[in-house]
Each structure stands twice: as C-alpha cells, then as structure tokens.
Design a protein around this ligand. Structure first.
Ligand code: ADP
Ligand code: MG
Length: 574
C-alpha cells in the first residue's frame, strides 16, 4: 500500500482544472475513451512487434452507467498499468505517457494512431466526478493496482484482485453533474465525439432480429423463415470510417453511404467528393463533399468536421479550410493541426497554411478532372457549384489561377462557355470600336427578357450571370483580361457594338422619333437613363431605355459591398 501526494507544483490544481482547463465539461468522456483507445492501440503495437507476449484478441471499450450509485465506468482491455506505472503516469500531472510511448517507439509506432499528447486528459475526469477510481491490470505479470483520488491532491494506491488485463475507470459523478448519468446524454456525447474511433465502443446492449432458415438442408414443406431476437452489444462507433481507407478501396456508393453516416439527417445526396490523403509534409486524410446547395445557402448546419486520429474535435474549421470551401461538407483528420491555440495564431501557423493550400489544390484538381471527364455532367451540376467557384475565384488567388480550366459562363439559352471559348466565339461578332470584346450578360432572365431578345436577334451571345457576387467577379476578370469588357444587356453598350450589317430601319420618321423621345423623357429620369430610338430596328421593341453600365455597377457594388452573403467583409476595392 502506498499513499502520497500527487506530483505537481500547484497545490490545488483540481479546482483549476475543473474551471479552466477545458471550457466544455463534456469532453471528459472523449478524453477517457481516448486513453482507453490509446491503451488498446499500444497493446496492439507491442504484440505486433513481439514486445508483449499476450493475445491481442478482439478488444473493445465499454461505457456503463450505474445510475443508482451515481457512477460511470469506462473499461478497456488495453495494456493496463503496473502500480509503478500508475505512480509515473497518473500521479505526474502533465506527463504524457502517450508522448513518451511515441518517443520510445518513434520509428515503428508513428502510424499506431495513439491520440494523447498533453498528459492532462485523464484529469478532465474531475470536471464531472467528485472521486475517481482507477483499477488496472498490466499485461505484464504483476498484480493489479487500485488508485483512488477524491479531487484533493491526496491519493491512495493499493493492490487489487482484478485478473483480466486492462483498465477500469470509475467516476463518482459530482452533484452538479448528475445529468451525465442520463443514458440519452451519454449517447449524445458518444455519437458526437466517438463515432469513428478505431476501437469498438460498447454502450449497453440492443435487441437484434436474426434470421434462422428452417429446413436449409432438407427439402422441407415448411420453408418459412423464423426470426429470433437476441441481445447483442450496442456498438456505437464505426472503427473503420471511409476516410481511413485508400481511395482505391472505395466505390462511389461507399462515399455516398459514408455521407449518410456522417449526416444522418441529410437526405440530399452530395454532388461529388474529394478524397484527401497526404502524409508529407503534413499528415492529413479526409473526404470532402460538394453538397447540393439548392436555393437556401444560409442553411449550414452540417459542417465539415475536424478529427484528430479519428477523435472528433470540432466543426469549426475556420482558419484551416479556406473560407470559400467552408460550405462543403465532410471530414478532415489531421494530427498536425495545433488546436490548443487561438484561431488567429492558427492562421499564422505555417503548417495550417500549407494544409489550406493543399485543400484548395485538391479541390481545383477534382473540378478540373470532372470537367475533363464529362463536361456534360459537369454542366448539369453547374448551378449547385457555381457560387462556391465564384467565391473561390474572388477570395483565393491560387484557386483563381486554376479556375480558368473549368470555370464556366452559361448563356441565357443554356450553353456553357469557358472564358477562352467565349473569347474565341465572340471575337467575330461582339467587339466595340476599340476592338474590345464585349461580353453581354443578363442578371435576371425575366426582368431583362426584352433586352435579351434584342441582343439575340442581333446574333449576340448573352450570358446569364445571376449570382449575388458576380459584379465583383466581373471586375476581377476585366482587370485580368485587358481586351474584355462585360456589359449587362440593358446597359448602353448594345449599340456601341460593331455589327456586321448596319441595317437600321425604323418605321418612324426622324421628326416622329424626336417627338416620342421628348414624351418618354418626361417619364424616365434623364440623369440616370437614356432613351434610345434612333438605333432601333426591332419588331419586338419600339425603343430602349438604357442605363450606363458603370453607373449601375457602382450602385450595385455599393449595395453588395458590405456584409455580402458569406460575410465577406473585405471584397476587392473598387
Ligand atoms: P495523455 O493521454 O496525453 O498521455 P492523459 O492525462 O490522458 O495524458 O493520460 C496520462 C497517461 O496515463 C497516459 O499517457 C497513459 O500512460 C496513462 N493512462 C491513462 N489512461 C489509461 C488507460 N486506460 N490504460 C492505460 N494507461 C492509461
Ligand atoms: Mg489522454
């Protein structure tokens, strides 16, 4: 028997831990299950390299609630600890056995998936427990140990008669944390934090119907199947989620079913996925999905989830995933993202920047390959992805550079052009007197239909650019393509275009036109609009009222400049 003082410099660390270490009390369960997972993975590793001469078997982790006695048990079949190891690993706060393990087995264990590294996780138990017991039996041939601590720096450590290998943690739940004794509460936490952890986690049992075929071997007259109900372990996690596999092992259907696993309440299928898989210069795996965005862009409940070694960390990926891709869904798993630091530090971290660039590159590569593989399919998805692409072109230069390969510009009648194709197509017919290419576009097919009709009648292509941020994109495209200018169909450009046949016939005499113009100008404000009669030869429209392109744009940009739909505070200056 031994007793003593926990080895820390601060006398009363527990109140501190309870208050400040983690803002979220609920993560105690994640930490203890992470430790149980580590203990199991360490044993797996030691058996595989012949350092532990025991059968690894088929270990699982069990979480049990004992509501009556106000206790939660977390039981594993991992490597356990000798009492010496308890002294070393548990009594020394902020000494990480996980880190030590990785250091010791540096070369062989780097892919073992061991989670811990701060040596503080265990003490998060005191956020919800007034007393913690740890009963542990090492895989080594030594008696089990029983450690007890009531939240003061005093502890006791005595032998125990436990014979099966592994560790059991018993939390005596504190009066202010009794809600953690509710099954539904623990269930919720398990499915939030532990859904994809690598060792099976049992939480209670459930009934399962199994099919027993009668007369399987005999030609029987009674061919009815019989169902029997059996009680099976309720395993709450999938230890081998799709992102931990190689892309070559997965079919399209596997990606889709993982999406459903990730977002059980999401019924819309994703458009396509991007499998992330890199181990140098940083380690990152994951699967991103382009969701069907539909009309309501604001709904963003199902976010990208960030994991570290299959442990859920957060769904706040700000600073890690480029902002324009935060609309995507899926999973990112990386042990290389420093998470204990503020978000602003994160943005300055070199590794994190590299990660963001890598993700951007993978997304643009995927878009390019989809475009090249089947342009038709790509065009069909256009309406659902365009907003992400437009925003990406505006906010990420690296993406902008690549987007030329797959960025499309649809016309009002459903054709799609790349910018290069547009330049080629329009060169023959759509230039102004300075030889600049004039790209006509409509922002609203219904409201501008008569202008669209006129332009089409004259043989012009009219794009349909109806996104809320399109005026910013146009500005950028014009700045980068000297010879190109965009003009909305109802702008004053239409008549500045050089047409092949200059056949303007009007039924009105010049005198009549002048009279009509005077009448019209009394209705529309002269300062902002221009009435045009002289150039009209259309049977559809007797005259046109236009507004200079630059005036409309100024107004539009001042309206959409602040806030924007994604809270783009700093859009390119005008
Ligand atoms: P970390 O996991 O960051 O190393 P913790 O405070 O979570 O730090 O745990 C401290 C150490 O205690 C672990 O590294 C491990 O050596 C030991 N430990 C904790 N829980 C268990 C367990 N269930 N089985 C075996 N060892 C454990
Ligand atoms: Mg830990």
């Amino acid at each position: 028997m031994s007793s003593g003082k926990i080895n820390v410099s601060v006398e009363n660390i527990f109140p501190l831990i309870k208050k400040f270490l983690y803002s979220d009390h609920e993560i105690f369960l994640r930490e203890l299950i992470s430790n149980a997972t580590d203990a199991t993975l360490k044993l797996k590793h030691l058996t595989s390299i012949g350092e532990a001469n025991v059968a690894y078997g088929d270990p699982k982790i069990e979480v049990k609630i004992d509501k009556e006695n106000k206790k939660i048990h977390i039981i594993d079949q991992g490597l356990g600890m000798t009492s010496e190891e308890v002294e070393k690993y548990i009594n020394q706060i902020a000494f990480s056995g996980a880190e030590e393990f990785l250091e010791k087995y540096k070369d062989s264990a780097k892919d073992s998936g061991v989670i811990g590294h701060f040596g503080l996780g265990f003490y998060s138990a005191f956020m919800v427990a007034s007393k913690v017991e740890l009963i542990t039996k090492s895989f080594k041939d030594e008696p089990a140990a029983h450690w007890t601590c009531d939240g003061s720096p005093e502890f006791t450590l005595v032998p125990h008669d436990k014979t099966d290998r592994g560790t059991e943690i018993i939390l005596h739940i504190a009066e202010d944390s009794l809600d953690f004794l509710e099954e539904s509460k623990i269930n919720g936490l398990l499915s939030k934090y532990n859904k994809f952890m690598p060792i099976p986690i049992k939480f209670g049992t459930r009934k399962e119907k199994i099919e027993q075929k009668k007369g399987e071997f005999v030609e029987s007259e009674n061919k009815d199947d019989v169902f029997t109900e059996v009680e099976v372990d309720n395993i709450i996690n999938n230890p081998n989620p799709a992102w931990t596999k190689q892309p070559s092992e997965l079919k399209d259907e596997d990606y889709k079913s993982f999406y459903r696993e990730l977002y059980p309440m999401q019924f819309e299928e994703p458009l396509f996925n991007i499998h992330l898989n890199v181990d140098y210069p940083f380690n990152l795996t994951g699967i991103l999905y382009f969701p069907k965005l539909g009309a309501d862009l604001q709904i963003q409940k199902d976010k990208i989830q960030l994991y570290q070694n299959q442990v859920y960390v957060t769904d706040n990926v700000e600073g890690i995933v480029p902002e324009f891709l935060t609309m995507l869904k899926g999973v990112i798993d990386s042990p290389d993202i420093p998470l204990n630091v503020s978000r602003s530090y994160l943005q300055a971290d070199g590794n994190v920047k590299k990660i963001a660039n890598y993700i951007t590159r993978k997304v643009s590569d995927k878009l390019k390959s989809l475009f090249n593989e089947s342009r038709e399919e790509f065009e069909k998805k256009w309406n659902d992805i365009k907003i992400v692409l437009e925003y990406g072109m505006l906010s990420e230069d690296k993406f902008y550079e690549k987007a030329g390969d797959f960025m499309l510009y649809p016309t009002t009648d459903g054709k799609f052009f790349t910018l290069a194709e547009l330049k080629e197509t329009l060169a023959a017919n759509q230039t102004d007197k300075d030889g600049k290419l004039v790209i006509l576009y409509a922002s609203n097919k219904d409201a501008q239909h008569s202008y669209i009709d006129i332009a089409k009648e004259r043989g012009y292509e009219v794009l349909l650019l109806d996104s809320p941020i399109v005026s910013h994109l146009i500005q950028k495209l014009e700045a980068d393509n000297e010879n190109v200018t965009f003009a909305r169909v109802d702008a004053d450009h239409l008549d500045k275009l050089i047409t092949k046949e200059e056949t303007q016939i009007s039924k009105l005499s010049d005198e009549e036109k002048e009279k009509l113009k005077v009448v019209l100008e009394t209705i529309v404000p002269k300062e902002t609009y221009t009435v045009q009669l002289e150039a009209m030869d259309s049977k559809l429209t007797p005259f046109m009222i236009t507004q200079p392109e630059f005036m409309r744009r100024m107004k539009e940009m001042s309206q959409s400049g602040g806030g924007g739909m994604f809270g783009m505070g700093n859009m390119p200056e005008m």
